[in-house]
Each structure stands twice: as structure tokens, then as C-alpha cells.
Write a protein that binds this ligand. Sequence first.
Ligand SMILES: Cc1cc2nc3c(=O)[nH]c(=O)nc-3n(C[C@H](O)[C@H](O)[C@H](O)COP(=O)(O)OP(=O)(O)OC[C@H]3O[C@@H](n4cnc5c(N)ncnc54)[C@H](O)[C@@H]3O)c2cc1C
Length: 418
Amino acid sequence: MSIGANWAGTHFFGASAMVEARTITEVQETVSTTRGPIRALGTRHSFNDLADTAGTLITVTRIDPNPVLDTATQTVNVGAGIRYGELAVWLQERGWALHNMGSLPHISVGGAVATGTHGSGVTNGCLSDAVAGLEYVNASGALVKATRGDPGFEGLVVGLGAYGIVVRITLDIQPTFLVRQDVYRDLPWATFLDDVPAVMSAGYSVSAFTMWAEENLQQIWRKTRIGADETPTEPWLGARMERANEAGLVGVPPDNLTTKDGIEGPWLERLPHFRLDSTPSNGDEIQTEYFVDLADAEAALSAVRRLSDEIAPHLLITELRTIAADGLWLSGAYGRATLAIHFTWRNDEEAVSRLTPRIENALAPFGARPHWGKVHTMDADAVAAVTPRLADARDEFERLDPEGRFANAHLRKLGVRR
Ligand SMILES: Cc1cc2nc3c(=O)[nH]c(=O)nc-3n(C[C@H](O)[C@H](O)[C@H](O)COP(=O)(O)OP(=O)(O)OC[C@H]3O[C@@H](n4cnc5c(N)ncnc54)[C@H](O)[C@@H]3O)c2cc1C
């Protein structure tokens, strides 16, 4: 049986079976009646073999998400297979919002949460940070609830599918809000390096785009929250504001992107970069991403810039974002305000595997952590050195799944499972 590839076509799944569950009961039956290893698969947006197994893959994306709003606790409880974009529309129709979105609204909530997926914003935690509760099917097929405040909960949220199949998630929400998105071009690199945190704080969610080799950053996208942030003006730090809605990204037509012409709109139509009703990104790409302390931004970016001549020919674009510190054991932003340094590469595996260790070496002095869902070459020792709670998370996974049903080669290679 061919299960096909991930979204980018960079990994073909080797599982021997694939179950598209329609109910939570079916997930439970599958776990209790199948023999051997089993792994959850979301919407296949990870760039590596993290989700894969030699045994059975199971996806919860076909289960009715049936969102349940709790206005008293300001939370929504929803099926883990729902895509962020669909949940966002459902919440907006009822006057509610998520605190942030990733660049792509097509990704499943369960899969995004499991890898610490993030948007940008110095005060915005990663998407997983909004998780107030989880319901998962454990190794013996039982349905288990875990709630924020329970011992070990911080180890389960960014859980990499390592201890069970998450079927429902409770997320913090807030009243809906408006955002405007403004594009600035040609902010000088020197100005940026002078005070990276200040530039990245110039709005609710700020992204900087660069090819590294140029004197000026290509674009800054300032997503400002109406009524809370200062209204963007021109001039700003020597960068010019682009008034027309024409700023695309390499290979991505502006029509596929959310509105960036300074016009106010609901959070869900401004915080993601890509529109839910468009073709997401360009598909023919490989992504890598590393997380460093925001306090080290200037030194870390300068270290990567020294490789700019090698990087630029193979790069589609780099995006720089920020993430607020959190307490989730396997989050890239665990314990530190974070700068996320992302690379969207041309789909040239040889070039990416040559450059990735060079970038990892350049960022090693800053304790750079990898994005679990993207390509990297860090091994168990390197991962352990930058993941302070790795051993705690592993102990929790081993306790919950002593037979290793939810382990796979990728997790063992990283030292996340034994
Ligand atoms: C075009 C594009 C844009 C992206 N943008 C961003 C971005 O803005 N920010 C960012 O941080 N990342 C981004 N990513 C990376 C992406 O968010 C992560 O790889 C995410 O994990 C993908 O979610 P998924 O549903 O596709 O999960 P999959 O790739 O299918 O699985 C990822 C992991 O989640 C686990 N998992 C999935 N579902 C469940 C479940 N129900 N229960 C338990 N475990 C589960 C799997 O076992 C696996 O370990 C992007 C990726 C692409 C392709």
C-alpha cells in the first residue's frame, strides 16, 4: 500500500498501513487491535520523517472536529485534526480569536501543536503555548485527559507524537481583534542589527525577510493590533513603506498572501501569511529553522551572515520571527525569549545537506535549537545539549509508553525515545 509523501515531497512514508479514523472510538480500536508501532500523522507538513513508522500511521483529520466553546474559561475544545484556518473561521463567526497563527492556515492543530509551531510576536508564545488541555489515546487504547497544571503536562504538549494519538485539544482563546499589515522595504541590515528586539517589537507580530547577502533587508511585515499598537508610519528606521498590496515572496504571487496594504481586517485574515483559500506556499522547497535567544540576535545573525555568499544561491527566502518564552519542555522557546531563524531553500537536497551543518556550526555558540518538523542534522548529543528538559520529556514518554509503540527511528536518533 502506498501512503505517498509529505507536503513538500521530501519524504515518502514507509509505514505498512494507514488508518484514516472517523471517530475517536476507531482510534482506540486501532491502537488496541493493531500490533507493533503506531504513529499519528497530521496534514503531512513536516519536512522530515518525524511522523513515520514501519508500522501503522493513523490520522485524526477525518474525525468531525465538533468545536465546543467555553466563554467562561475562554477556551475552545476541538478535534485535533482540524486545520488552523477552519478553526479560525469558526471562532471568528462567534466573536473569538486565537492569539496567533503560523504562516500557513492549512496545517492541522494536532500536528502543529506537537512540534511547537509558531508565528511571530515578542509577546506571543508558540501555538502550543495556548494548549490548556489534551485528550489522547494511550498505548493500550484508553482515552486519557491531561490538563494544564497536571504534573508532566508541559512535557506532553510539544509531544512529537511520542506518547499517544491526540484526539481533542483545548485552546485558550480571546475576543476577536483587528490587525493591519504593512510592508516596509529596505531596512538597512546595520540598523536592524543595532537593535533587533526593537525592530521585532514594532507590532503585535513582526516578520523580517532577507536573502542575507544584501545591504538592506528585503521586507519587514508589521502586523499591528488595532487599539493596542502604534499605527505604522513612514518614515520608519530608514525603511520605506510599500503602500500597494504588491509585496509577494519569491515564487509566491501576492494573491496567495493575506492583505498587506495597511487596511484593518480580522486577525485570521492578517496573522497568517498565506490565505486559507489559496495554494499554500509553492511546495517545491525544503525548510530548516533554528531557535536562539533573542538577546543573542545580533551575534547569531552576524554569524549566519558570514555564510551569505554560500547561502544565497540556494535560498528562496529567510524569515526571521520572534516567540515569547514558554515552559513547554520540548518547545523551541522553552525558557527564553526567542529569535527564530528560518530558511526556505530551493528544492536541492544536496545543497541543503551541505549547508545545514555549516549553519548549525555557526549557530552552535548560541545554543540553537532545531524546529522538530523541519530538516536538520543535529544528533542526540547536540539536541540534548540545547534541550534542558529533554530527559524529563523522555522519562515521561517512556513511562506512558513502556513498550515503545509510539517511538520511531527519528525519535530514537534524537534521543527523545529509547
Ligand atoms: C508551507 C509550510 C509552512 C509552515 N509554516 C510554519 C510556521 O509558520 N511556523 C512553524 O513553526 N512551522 C511551520 N511549518 C512547519 C509545520 O507547522 C510543522 O511541521 C507541523 O508539525 C506540521 O503539522 P502537520 O499537521 O502537518 O503534522 P505532521 O507533519 O503530519 O506531523 C508532525 C508531528 O506531529 C505529530 N502529530 C500529528 N498529529 C498528531 C496527533 N493527532 N496526535 C499526536 N501527534 C500528532 C506526528 O506524529 C509528527 O510527530 C510549515 C510547514 C510548511 C510545509
